[in-house]
Design a protein around this ligand. Structure first.
Ligand SMILES: Nc1ncnc2c1ncn2[C@@H]1O[C@H](COP(=O)(O)OP(=O)(O)OP(=O)(O)O)[C@@H](O)[C@H]1O
Ligand SMILES: Cc1cn([C@H]2C[C@H](O)[C@@H](COP(=O)(O)O)O2)c(=O)[nH]c1=O
Length: 205
């Protein structure tokens, strides 16, 4: 990875408000001289995007979900993320492996050791430099989703599922405090933006 490159991810339960801020964060980084590549997971390459459609709309168990999303992640890393970082770009990714631990691990009850093995095989030690975790109660996120769009099979899950997913993110954040920036996503859009800006300032971005 080039010294000027950064790998930044956005995480949180559905409806937490990530997409609302990704464009403005990317613009801020560009204004400060970064060449920013925006991408997402599941997805990011033609192969991974085709897997995304299956992942979001076909019925399957937690292990199948994990194998599918990590397969797409491997292609995404090799074809897009690693080359971009090597070229000195800043990669801003809407979701990454923390979502697998939160959704397939905490949400679906998959063995975290299996996920850790998949993480090692697929990422070969690579991790984001900075992860914004948009944290808020599942009930608040559900209210926001209800107003926004048609639910996919994850968004159709109940509040208990999303509270487990939230706890899964909290566990990942506790295990990697230097990488995670927790955002109180229950606040207003402006207050969330201010929290993000403060974290970026503190990291010289
Ligand atoms: N701080 C906020 N307060 C109130 N509503 C918000 C806030 N942030 C975002 N919203 C609204 O909540 C809805 C979900 O926001 P957004 O799409 O950014 O969430 P998300 O985390 O990207 O969700 P997903 O992961 O499912 O794509 C949108 O209608 C958005 O306008
Ligand atoms: C990367 C990843 C994602 N998911 C889930 C989380 C969301 O419900 C969807 C993606 O939808 P979005 O609107 O694009 O955020 O997929 C998951 O379960 N596991 C993962 O690794």
């Amino acid at each position: 990875m080039s010294s000027s490159s950064r790998f930044i991810t956005f995480e949180g339960i559905d409806g937490a408000g990530k997409s609302t801020h990704i464009a403005s964060v990317s613009q801020r980084l560009r204004e400060r001289g970064a060449e920013v590549l925006n991408t997402r997971e599941p997805g990011g390459t033609p192969l991974a995007e085709s897997l995304r459609a299956l992942f979001l709309h076909s019925s399957m168990d937690g292990l199948t979900e994990a194998l599918l999303v990590f397969a797409g992640r491997r292609d995404h890393l090799r074809q897009v993320i690693v080359p971009a970082l090597a070229a000195g770009k800043t990669v801003v990714c809407d979701r990454f492996t923390d979502a697998s631990f939160a959704y397939q691990g905490a949400g679906r009850g998959m063995d975290l050791a299996v996920l850790a093995t998949l993480e090692q095989w697929v990422q070969e030690g690579r991790q984001p430099d900075l992860t914004f975790w948009f944290d808020l109660p599942a009930e608040v996120a559900a209210q926001r989703r209800a107003a926004a769009r048609e639910a996919d099979r994850f968004e159709q899950q109940d509040l208990e599922f999303f509270e487990r997913v939230r706890a899964g993110y909290a566990a990942r954040a506790a295990a990697a405090p230097q990488r995670f920036a927790r955002i109180d996503a229950s606040l207003s859009v402006a207050e969330v933006a201010a929290q993000i800006a403060a974290h970026l300032e503190a990291r010289g971005c």
